[in-house]
Design a protein around this ligand. Structure first.
Ligand SMILES: NC(=O)c1ccc[n+]([C@@H]2O[C@H](COP(=O)([O-])OP(=O)(O)OC[C@H]3O[C@@H](n4cnc5c(N)ncnc54)[C@H](OP(=O)(O)O)[C@@H]3O)[C@@H](O)[C@H]2O)c1
Length: 308
């Protein structure tokens, strides 16, 4: 059986590269050691090499590139068989939807040009048919469509909040709960979601290298529990021995929520706003194909928070 990561360059007798974009980010920086442990020949892409200096990446190449600069991607993708796409621009751009679209188009066409075998992308859960889907989640789905549209086999994983130390969405829950004994929260407190532990996300992403070539696929991934954001706050508080009171109000707008977040958490108000807008959308696994295809038994919320 031919796997995506098993074509060797006969001339060089070296395994092909796995390209890791977002290598300095939350997910990418945690996937890198797993790829290295597997013996993958990894090339990391970052806009600033200095961010990866000092790390013990002897067998790993680091290249500078920018997803908004297509020629830099053509160079970075040379000799690559599998490329992980973990980029999002929402922090840096006021018009992140357009920029994420351009970035994905650049990456997709450069990957096609360089005959990349497989793109592995981590996006967000959420129902495409939901007319109220937030611009952030719509954009995450659009990026997946663009990558698939390139003709390069694309494995898209869709996840809700990732539970792990350093995950932006988890840190938001943590900061809020640590700082505020009484929280006045909008209706998103009751939105259903299916958080997933970072270890389980990394397991899916690693095993994506071994999937037999069978065309592009979307896998919805989640932990063992469906809960609400309120439940997450309460469970984190319970484990920390904190007494917290949550008061739901129907009228706190995303803008007010983000300004409020900007005051009480390390996340900037702009990022908070994008995240908050997404919190009104249910993010629950509706297609269980991932559970059939991958030998992974994801942990539930209690265990994931305990580990985080
Ligand atoms: N964290 C979560 O809870 C969560 C949940 C569900 C899905 N996801 C998805 O997982 C993926 C990764 O998320 P993350 O939380 O790991 O992100 P992150 O920590 O914010 O990292 C984002 C990465 O994007 C890179 N980047 C930004 N602009 C770039 C540009 N113009 N060119 C090249 N690289 C650029 C940054 O690299 P440099 O600064 O080094 O260039 C950085 O490593 C995203 O698609 C996200 O939607 C995350």
């Amino acid at each position: 059986m031919q796997h995506a990561n098993q074509r060797f360059d006969a001339a060089e007798a070296k395994p092909p590269f796995v390209l890791l974009t977002g290598a300095t980010g939350y997910v990418g920086s945690r996937l890198l050691p797993r790829l290295q442990e597997r013996g993958c020949r990894v090339r990391c892409l970052t806009r600033d090499k200095a961010k990866l200096s000092g790390s013990a990446f002897s067998a790993t190449e680091v290249v500078e590139g920018d997803v908004l600069d297509r020629p830099s991607l053509v160079c970075a993708l040379a000799g690559v068989q599998t490329a992980y796409y973990f980029v999002h621009l929402m922090e840096s751009s006021p018009d992140f939807v357009a920029e994420d679209r351009t970035a994905a188009e650049n990456f997709a066409s450069a990957a096609k040009q360089q005959e990349v075998r497989r793109i592995v992308y981590l996006g967000g859960l959420g129902d495409d048919q939901d007319p109220g889907l937030s611009p952030h989640l719509q954009s995450r789905h659009e990026v997946g469509q663009i990558l698939r549209g390139s003709g390069v086999e694309t494995i898209e994983f869709r996840a809700a909040i990732i539970l792990g130390k350093g995950s932006r969405s988890f840190e938001l829950v943590r900061s809020l709960t640590n700082r505020l004994p009484v929280m006045i929260c909008p209706r998103w407190l009751d939105t259903p979601t299916q958080p997933i532990a970072i270890d389980d996300v990394l397991a899916y992403l690693t095993l994506a290298l071994d999937l037999p070539a069978a065309g592009s696929r979307v896998f919805e991934i989640g932990g063992a529990d469906v809960c609400t954001y309120g439940d997450l706050i309460r469970e984190y508080a319970r484990q920390q021995g904190l007494r917290r009171y949550l008061i739901a109000v129907p009228v706190l707008t995303p803008r007010l929520s983000s300004l409020w977040l900007g005051l009480v958490t390390p996340a900037t108000a702009a990022v908070g706003r994008h995240l908050i807008e997404g919190l009104r959308n249910p993010t629950v696994v509706r297609d269980n194909a991932a559970r059939d295809v991958f030998p992974i038994d994801p942990v539930g919320v209690e265990e994931a928070i305990r580990r985080a």
